[in-house]
Design a protein around this ligand. Sequence first.
Ligand code: DGT
Ligand code: CA
Ligand code: CA
Length: 573
Amino acid sequence: MMQVENSDIAELLEEMADLLEIDGANPFRVRAYRNAARTLLDIGKDVREMIEAGEDLTKLPGIGKDLAQKIQEIVETGTFSDLEEMRKKVPRELTELLDIAGLGPKRVGALYRTLGITNSEQLLKACKEGKVSQLPGFGKKTEAKILEALQTKFTTTQRFLIAEAAPYAEALKSYLLEADGVKQVVVAGSYRRRKETVGDLDILVTADPESNPVDYFVRFPRVRDILAKGSTKASIVLKNGMQVDMRVVEEESFGACLHYFTGSKAHNIAIRKIAQKMGLKINEYGIFRGEERIAGEEEGSVFEILGLDYIQPELREDRGEVEAAAAGKLPDLITLEDLKGDLHVHTSYTDGNATIKAMAEEAKALGLKYIAIADHSRRLRIANGLDSSNLLKQVEEIDKLNSEIKGFTILKAIEVDILEDGSLDLPDDVLKRLDLVVGAVHSKFNLSKEKQTARILRAMENPHLSILAHPTGRILLKRDPYDLDVDAVINMARETGVVLELNANPYRLDLNDVYCRQAKEAGVKIAINTDAHSPAEFLNLFWGIGQARRGWLEPKDVLNTLPVKKMLKALKR
Ligand code: DGT
Ligand code: CA
Ligand code: CA
């Protein structure tokens, strides 16, 4: 039997449903495939193992005899004959058109049957010629929408959240380490620099000369396309659309190559200038004086030869790190172990999915010493926000839990909404009973820069506000930051003692790296918080630390590296 997972089977069933729908098949048949695909993703049991154990698949919801037989065929052969037939009948390329906004299977089918369109280039041409709007069921509006979607598709290259890329990077790494003769595997590029999003993955490998890691690499199970393949390098595209570049490197140049492919490009250029001034040449094979290689096996040797301290990958953006390394003034970057607590945690009192106790126990198990329960305030109705009386009930429960838990403190807080006029969503006499107050904007993202800034500055002037949460409101790859004068916010933080949050959720990472550094230089403290809505989300602190390091933050710049008493004292204003 093949190593197929439920998700692989579901993907083939979905493809079948798409092809049938494009072909204009009976909607019930289409739905049967989609339901079966959903079932496979939801059951939490491995279908391959069920079949091996002789279990009856027709017991699963939505799976009849016919589908059970097809699933068995997939497990045994990697595909099924009906799908292969449909693939011959309907060009497979067509399924890629389904991702374009404004197009579903019905419309894709119509475009194919009437205009013979099978790919996005042809579709773009037909839209520009006005042919699409003339088809029944399309119209001018749809044509314009498709055209717009196609144009962004051709101009923007897709990026991925670092947290999305990480499971693939780590899986590729362990996969390659299992290959015969492979010695070292490092994922370089923006991934190693822990940038918030990555364009592609860059993998370097050293191996025995007689082994063939390139062949092994392109057989990775999640490959969709092989873009290029030579004797020492290859590029592939994974099923999620992410590109991966891999190259095999001589051991004597591994360090230089790792430095080169870690980047950033701007950093590499700055380093090359230093080398040139010293009469040296640097490239991905090493550092050379004339023809003689004088460094390159170890990455550290590159910096050493140039008279620089070792520069951590997160700093390599040509933002002054080379000068700082020459002057011995690089920061002593914060690590995950430095964090003692998390000051922004949700529970099932509002839109979290776990009790206060469960959240505290998980945080404690991970080695934290305190958390602040900061659920939403009343204005945020969709999150079941707390009014004063519910908040005071929560406060009582926290007091009780604190008397039971040893070696850990649960702090009383709120994530209070900052209203449009900059006032806070709960009265001062309630806020003052809490250990700390986290303030956040959750509405009116589209105010003018002037109004948005005035709103937030006014909230910061409230003496009860301790921390400004996700200060710029961005959602990576989805929503731009609101129009805000961040310099003014940092100035106000310095004047009032308000701490700025670095929200560690991989979709936010807000403040960003550049603003974190600006805050640090202004003497403003940062709190690295998870905003966790479930126990598993405490692990997001890892992403927050990556961003903090990119922002040059040291333990002393971060409020929640302090033990609880000192932390609370530092908060007092
Ligand atoms: P990404 O993939 O867009 O998130 O960003 P990177 O930094 O991973 O960039 P990528 O994948 O294009 O290239 C990987 C590294 O290779 C890059 O960080 C620096 C190095 N590199 C690529 N092209 C050049 C170049 O033209 N000059 C120099 N000096 N270095 C380059
Ligand atoms: Ca890259
Ligand atoms: Ca690349």
